[in-house]
Write a protein that binds this ligand. Structure first.
Ligand SMILES: C[S@@+](CC[C@H](N)C(=O)[O-])C[C@H]1O[C@@H](n2cnc3c(N)ncnc32)[C@H](O)[C@@H]1O
Length: 149
C-alpha cells in the first residue's frame, strides 16, 4: 500500500528547513494555514491520520477561534474514524480533552499528578490520540476500549 505523507506549516522558513532535513524521504511539503486549508488541495475526508507536535500549542496561544478553526479543518479532511495523534505541552490535559470532546479518546496523555504532588513521567504523557466521529455522531465524549488503564 502506498503511503503519502504531507508536511504542513504556514511559515515558509519551517517548510524550507523541513525540505532540507527530509533527505530522501518522499514528503509532500505544503505552505498553508491549518485554520483555512485550500479545499482543492486538502479534500474532504481524504486523510487517515494527522500527527501534530506543537501546532495546536501555537494555535492555543493564538486564542479559541484559531483552535476551533483548526479542529474544524481536522474534522473536514480526516475520514470518519480517522486518527489525530497530538503532542501538546502548552494546553492542559483537561483543555485538550475539552477541545476534542466529541471525538473518541484512544489515549489520554494528561500528566498524572498524585496527591503527594508527584507527576508521572512516561512516554504516554502529553501524547493524546483521538478518532474523528462519524458525521451523524455528536453524542459527546467517548472512550475507546484501548484507552482504559
Ligand atoms: C512549536 S512549533 C512546532 C514545529 C514542529 N511541529 C516541531 O515539532 O518541531 C509550532 C509550528 O506551528 C506553526 N503554525 C502556527 N500556526 C499555524 C497555522 N495557523 N497554520 C500552520 N502552521 C502554523 C508555526 O509556524 C510553527 O512552525
Amino acid at each position: 500500500m502506498a503511503v503519502e505523507i504531507w508536511n504542513v506549516d504556514y511559515a515558509e522558513a519551517a517548510i524550507t528547513r523541513a525540505r532540507a532535513t527530509a533527505g530522501r524521504r518522499k514528503l509532500r511539503h505544503v505552505v498553508a494555514d491549518l485554520r483555512a486549508l485550500p479545499e482543492e488541495t486538502f479534500r474532504e475526508k481524504s486523510f487517515d491520520v494527522v500527527v501534530d507536535k506543537g501546532t495546536m500549542d501555537a494555535l492555543f496561544c493564538a486564542g479559541p477561534s484559531s483552535v476551533q478553526r483548526f479542529t474544524a479543518e481536522l474534522r473536514r479532511v480526516l475520514r470518519p474514524g480517522g486518527m489525530v495523534l497530538l503532542m501538546s505541552g502548552v494546553a492542559t490535559g483537561e483543555e485538550i480533552l475539552e477541545i476534542f470532546r466529541n471525538w473518541t479518546t484512544v489515549l489520554d496523555g494528561s500528566p498524572y499528578i498524585t496527591e503527594e504532588g508527584e507527576a508521572s513521567i512516561n512516554l504516554r504523557s502529553r501524547l493524546f490520540v483521538f478518532l474523528r466521529p462519524r458525521d451523524d455522531d455528536d453524542t459527546g465524549r467517548q472512550r475507546h476500549p484501548a484507552s482504559e488503564p
